[in-house]
Design a protein around this ligand. Sequence first.
Ligand code: BGC
Length: 378
Amino acid sequence: MLRRRETIIGMLFCFIAVMFVSGLQAEAKSKMQKQSFGKTEDGQQVDLYILTNKNGMEAAITNYGGTVVSLMVPDRNGKRDDVVLGYDTLDGYATGKAYIGATVGRYANRIAHATFTLDGITYKLAKNDGDNHLHGGFNKRVWTARDVSSNAGQALELTYLSKDGEEGFPGNLPVKVVYTLTDKNELKIDYSATTDKDTVLNLTNHAYFNLAGQGNGDILQQQIMIKADRFTPIDAVSIPTGELRSVKGTPFDFTTAMAIGARIDQDDQQLKMGNGYDHNWVLNNEKAGSLFLAAQAYDPHSGRVLEVLTTQPGIQLYTGNFLDGIHGKDGKVYNRRYAFCLETQHFPDSPNHPNFPTAELKPGQHFESTTVYKFSTK
Ligand code: BGC
């Protein structure tokens, strides 16, 4: 009898100890740092949130544009470097035109002639890329931030209400982006949104990666693999023609890892149109909407590996062809092809291509998508 009671007391003690330790862990995980990142021209306070994990990986994210400002990642010798381009100050982001690190929406990538028709109504969008609409304006908005850290890792929730008619898009659209830094060296991005009118939506993150460290030269030796047998060719103003073209025998075949620079300057009409790679690949994800390893990048010099997983149907590889001497962080200058972007997305100009996966969102539907940037070394 006495022994049974001792056993029960012992079990209770263990239970309390376990609860106490996991409570401490949860608390440790939730200690995200917050510091001021300045004020916008119209006086709104903007902050910088520093997420860390147990391996010393660190992500700095601002609620201005839902932007990843820096990402400190170890190389194969454990030396940390910042692997994304960025600016030192809020002003850089406020005046910058390259969408560096930003959350991009309402419609990431291009919409031809800045117009589309939905339910018989023709909508006219802001023309901000010649005659086309490009990327929308979420990157210049101040988002509402909340620490939502849990045992999954330190996490930052950012919310924004895109009003009916913003840049010409229909529907009030409350949108949420949650960044989670896990102990598996993943920066996980969960997007969600709803609408009160039929609309179109395409959300992505516009991080410019250089796995050798931001500002440390071009990315032409870094290797890319993309799990896609087809891509969407573009016209002279980077609008998809509507064709889904096989990558076989073209410089767009990244089904096995290839250095970005190996074929980038070949005499190829599509490469010329994009000024290099600036195209959407059609991901070979057989289970549409499930998390899928879409791409992998590798820097042989530092040993850093980046895996990109996504639930989205497409990915844009953009090789920084228009970077033109931008003054970035720590006095670094970003020249042409000093970074690559792997933008998970719906296909560009989907609202004008019924044969592309639909980017429509209707009242009552709940848009959800996830992209994971996972780092390791080899
Ligand atoms: C586009 C490029 C554009 C860049 C910066 C990329 O997503 O594909 O054409 O220059 O964003 O706006």
